[in-house]
Design a protein around this ligand. Sequence first.
Ligand code: NPG
Length: 377
Amino acid sequence: MPIASPAASVALEGFELRVLHLPLVSPFTTSFGTETVREVIVVRALTDGGDGWGEIVTGASPLYSSEYTQGAWDVALRFLVPALLERGTMAPEAVAEVLAPFVGHRMVKAGLELAVLDAALRSEGRALGEYLGSMRDRVPSGVSIGIQRDPAALVDAVDGYLAEGYARIKIKIKPGRDIADTAAVREAFGTIALQVDANSAYTLADADTLAELDRFDLLLIEQPLQEDDLVDHATLARRLRTPVCLDESIVSAKAAADALALGSASIINIKAGRVGGYLEAVAIHDLCRDAGIPVWCGGMLETGIGRAANAALSALPGFTLPGDVSASNRFYTRDIVTEPAILEDGHVRVPTGHGIGVEIDPVALDDFTVARETLTR
Ligand code: NPG
């Protein structure tokens, strides 16, 4: 269902942007590379109703998508923030429309929109979850595990996360690190909820290999082919018994509708950053729900800001599969919020405080900041 009751308008007085470097507890390897530090941009909207916080989930390099930190920084300060400040007073629902003339840069738009939304909801004393249409007070928590040294090391890693209580395991795969890794996990742990993520590492020529995954009864295979391969994904989906789920390809509600019409996916991963914001994310949720397509919330190694918002989004009724909404300590020893997400009985709680429902730890924020810029009206 669309947002039941719109948020208040706020007068925008300025935006502070910071680049943060957060060390990861262990290296995170995907088919596109290894990260040891999460580089992220934190947004603070300065408004007449108080501050609001958002997060731009671009990484240091354009490897997952075309967006990356320095590009995001430039487009935000040169075009997007000035456009918002020029408009002055607005409801959060108008942010996307003000930014629509600027092509792409969805992660930047999402971070700016979240900051304005947080400020507006805090000023009204409303929680983001309630605003978005959350139906649950906690959500099952899945964990995403990077490619390890070898299958034995992967089994050890999975063992540790299962012991912590994670409700679902996702492993990263790439050509040459797929069948044996998946077989090792399935053999070691039996019928656990298991899925794989290829991050676009294959082509249709790999269909025979990917079909070998069918014997492992996976929940899904995520984004096997390139971002713009909707037709090839449809061809592959007809060939596989494992459900195909799209991540990188789903950049908007329109892209989701196209993918469903073509039969490119039977499950969709929703990430607010990738689609341009939490409101577009709700629109995708709604259209998938109407079509009977399960969705789940993806993760981008968010700080406590995005992690809180993702928990709220994941509590919408169409999120019927566990998301990559893990505890903060899955990635970080120290977060930038005072109450980082924790795992309780395999679940993460949906914050109930005003706005995103978590408070910033100003000392941690300063400690991780490597660049900072403020634009005011
Ligand atoms: O739990 O936040 C998390 C990480 C989930 O695997 C995860 N994210 O491809 O979905 C992905 C991957 C990712 C992370 C992609 C960071 C890009 C940047």
